[in-house]
Structure formats: structure tokens, C-alpha cells
Design a protein around this ligand. Structure first.
Ligand SMILES: [Zn+2]
Length: 409
């Protein structure tokens, strides 16, 4: 008689046994190149045509890429993007926002990157201040930062861009990160009603495994803020200066080495970041063309063993992993595992150490589809058993869900 199951025999895996992957794109703004304003001491092309933005949308559609795409609410402090922008023809501003709303935001979270990415913004007077956002830590606090973020989120939300989090310009407000994470969590909830927020502030290009970090959590209410970490640095920054992208640093053509390969081999979440300027490459589009090569390598060598996710989807997943509780009731020739969840989570994937040959798994009374126990990836609504472990993948709903594993008595 095997020992009865305990909650310690239950483990939450990645969705469908696929490693989450996300791409971070910093610094986009309607039809203008941030570098022209922020790096004013160097020559930079000012205008980014919508043909470029449309080509970007084509690329992420072709490869099914997910992640996040910043939209600066007040780029370089020259004006709000929900009003006519100096130097940008009105039809162009509207077309940029249409492309992002209709073609980018279904695949990528849009987010604020503070407000201007340059001089801090006086949100009462609506004008630039005499210090930058990158150095604004000493000039702000949790309450002000909450209003600062809400100001930007309101602009994106009213434009139909569905913002879900924030990115820091450089390491802005790293010195007050506990206030920062609380501020973005409160601002996202106030503006959009979403109870899980995320932000991008940290880069870690050395650790073998880089995971999202839950920075605050109210498990009962399902409220949280999650830091999304980039594990791979921008391969194309120097295309602004006529130099080639460094794709091999992330993944070589043969798929045998590079930062992303190390992460993949260590079963880490896979992520890297780039910049709108790096993809635009001063009008040469070199970085965008190189990103296509990179995405081809990723598809060829990782295939379906990774799952592109939005930052908001991955944040939700790790919060579900952290907060879902398990209770177990042994029954004749079966065991009932109750999952007690406070957040919904698609493709929630659970492993159970169980010696009996399982015949069927029912979730909420509905049988899942049995897979041969050799699959390395799974879809929602399926299960398999191999090496004394049963694994199932099913959408998780808030409240208690009954999962029954049956075997022949
Ligand atoms: Zn940036």
C-alpha cells in the first residue's frame, strides 16, 4: 500500500511544460526617435515612419512573439501623446496609435516607461522639471509616484492601449523600489481595475536561472506586483552607430551557445530586451532585420518547448503558483486534489508524484484528454503520466477546483 499523497507531492510547473519567454522593447513613442531628444548631443534621425512600426507589427505576428512594448505617454517632455504632438503630423500620430492598439497590444503588453524618459514632468502644471526621471528618486515618494504613474496610465488607457505595468528609464527609482512597486500596483488597479501589476527595472545577464520576482502579495485578494527581469541585454544598441548586432551573444546560428541557450538548458524563464532605437537603427532598420534572424534561431532551436507570454500573463502565472493551495482527500481507487485559487490562470500545469497507473483525470468532473506519457509539451485540457508522475494542464479558475485522479482498484 503506497503512502497517502501529501501536498508536498504536488508541484506547479510552467504552462504546458513549456518555458515562458518574453521580449522587452523599451522607448517607443509615436513617430519620433527618443534618441534625437534625449541624446541631443549626438546626431540622431528624428522621425520614425509608421512603415517601420507596421513592419514591427508584421514581425511579431509572424513569430507569435509576446512580451512588452513601452509607449512613452509624454515623450521627452514635448507633449502628451493623446494630444497633437509638436513635429508629428496628426494623421501620423493617429496611425501609430492605431497600429499599436490593433496590431501590437493583442500580443505585447503596452506599458508606461515613466512619463517622458527624460526630464521629470510636473503633473499639475504639465511641463518639464529641471531634473530627469532617471534621477527623480529623491524628489518623489510613494504617493506622488502613484499619481505620476496613474497620469501616464490614464493616457494609454484612454487611447485603448490596455496598459498593464511600467518600465523604468534606466534605473529610475531603484533607490526607492519598495515605494515604486507599491505605486505601480496601486496605479494600475486604480486606472485599469487589474489587481496584478508588473514592472521592468532589473537586468540579470549572469544568473543561470532568472525568474520573475513577486515584490508584494495579498494572497486573499489576489493582488500582487511582480518584477519582470530581463536576462539578456540588447544585441542591437550599436546599430545606431553603424555597427552590427551581436546576435551570437544571445543564440548562435547552430543553437549551441549564447545567453538564451544557457537559460534554456537550465530550464529558466527566457527573456531579453531591446530598444526601439536599436531596431530602427537611424532609419536603416538593421536591428529589426536582425531581430528576424534571432527569432528564426529561437524558433528553430527551441520550437514549442518555449511559450511566448506577455509580461502580464507570466506575472499572473507566478502569482497563481505562489497562492494556490492544495488539499488532498484519499478515496477508493482514486484521490481528490482540491486546488484553492484566488486568481484565474490559463494553462495551469500541475505535477503529482503518484505510483499507481492513473486511468483518468477529471477536473471539475470533466475528463481530460490522455496523452502518451512521452510528450514534452502539453495543451490545456490534457494529462499524461511518466516515471511515477502524473501531469495535467488545465485552466485554473478562482475558488475551489476538484481534480480527481482514478486508477484500477
Ligand atoms: Zn528606456
Amino acid at each position: 500500500m503506497p503512502a497517502p499523497l501529501s501536498p508536498a507531492d504536488v508541484r506547479f510547473d510552467w504552462p504546458g511544460l513549456r518555458l515562458p519567454a518574453f521580449l522587452i522593447v523599451d522607448d517607443p513613442a509615436p513617430c519620433l526617435n527618443l534618441a534625437h531628444y534625449e541624446q541631443y548631443f549626438e546626431p540622431h534621425v528624428r522621425d520614425v515612419p509608421n512603415a517601420f512600426t507596421a513592419a514591427w507589427a508584421d514581425l511579431i505576428a509572424e513569430f507569435g512573439v509576446r512580451g512588452k512594448f513601452s509607449v512613452l505617454p509624454v515623450p521627452a517632455g514635448i507633449g502628451r501623446i493623446d494630444r497633437p504632438l509638436p513635429g508629428v503630423p496628426e494623421p501620423d500620430r493617429r496611425e501609430f496609435l492605431r497600429i499599436v492598439r490593433e496590431r501590437v497590444s493583442p500580443q505585447m503588453d503596452t506599458c508606461i516607461e515613466f512619463l517622458t524618459h527624460f526630464l521629470a514632468w510636473d503633473i499639475q502644471q504639465e511641463r518639464p522639471l529641471d531634473y530627469t526621471e532617471k534621477t527623480m528618486g529623491p524628489f518623489t515618494n510613494r504617493d506622488h509616484l502613484t499619481r505620476y504613474f496613474a497620469y501616464g496610465l490614464h493616457i494609454l488607457h484612454a487611447l485603448g492601449l490596455n496598459p498593464t505595468g511600467a518600465t523604468s528609464p534606466g534605473y529610475a527609482c531603484m533607490d526607492i523600489e519598495s515605494d515604486y512597486q507599491a505605486a505601480i500596483r496601486e496605479a494600475v488597479r486604480a486606472v485599469t481595475g487589474n489587481s496584478i501589476a508588473w514592472y521592468f527595472l532589473h537586468v540579470d545577464t549572469r544568473s543561470p536561472v532568472v525568474l520573475p520576482r513577486i515584490m508584494s502579495l495579498d494572497a486573499e485578494r489576489g493582488e500582487a506586483c511582480v518584477a519582470m527581469i530581463s536576462a539578456g541585454s540588447d544585441p542591437s544598441w550599436n546599430t545606431q552607430f553603424g555597427q552590427p548586432s551581436e546576435l551570437n551573444r544571445l543564440i548562435t546560428a547552430d543553437g549551441q551557445s549564447g545567453r538564451l541557450v544557457t537559460l534554456f538548458q537550465n530550464r529558466s524563464v527566457i527573456s531579453f530586451h531591446t530598444h526601439w532605437q536599436s531596431l530602427f537603427s537611424e532609419g536603416q532598420w538593421t536591428g529589426l532585420q536582425d531581430l528576424r534572424i534571432l527569432l528564426k534561431r529561437i524558433r528553430e532551436h527551441f520550437g514549442a518547448r518555449i511559450l511566448w507570454m506577455k509580461c502580464s500573463e507570466l506575472a499572473r502565472y507566478v502569482v497563481a503558483q505562489a497562492t494556490t493551495r492544495v488539499t488532498i482527500t484519499p478515496k477508493p481507487a482514486s484521490v481528490e486534489i482540491m486546488l484553492h485559487a484566488t486568481v484565474a490562470c490559463p494553462m495551469f500545469t500541475v505535477r503529482v508524484a503518484i505510483p499507481q497507473p492513473v486511468q483518468q483525470i477529471l477536473v471539475g468532473g470533466v475528463p481530460l484528454r490522455a496523452l502518451p506519457g512521452t510528450r514534452t509539451t502539453m495543451e490545456a485540457g490534457s494529462w499524461q503520466q511518466e516515471n511515477g508522475e502524473a501531469v495535467w494542464c488545465a485552466d485554473l479558475t478562482p475558488g475551489a477546483t476538484s481534480v480527481v485522479l482514478e486508477w484500477k482498484s
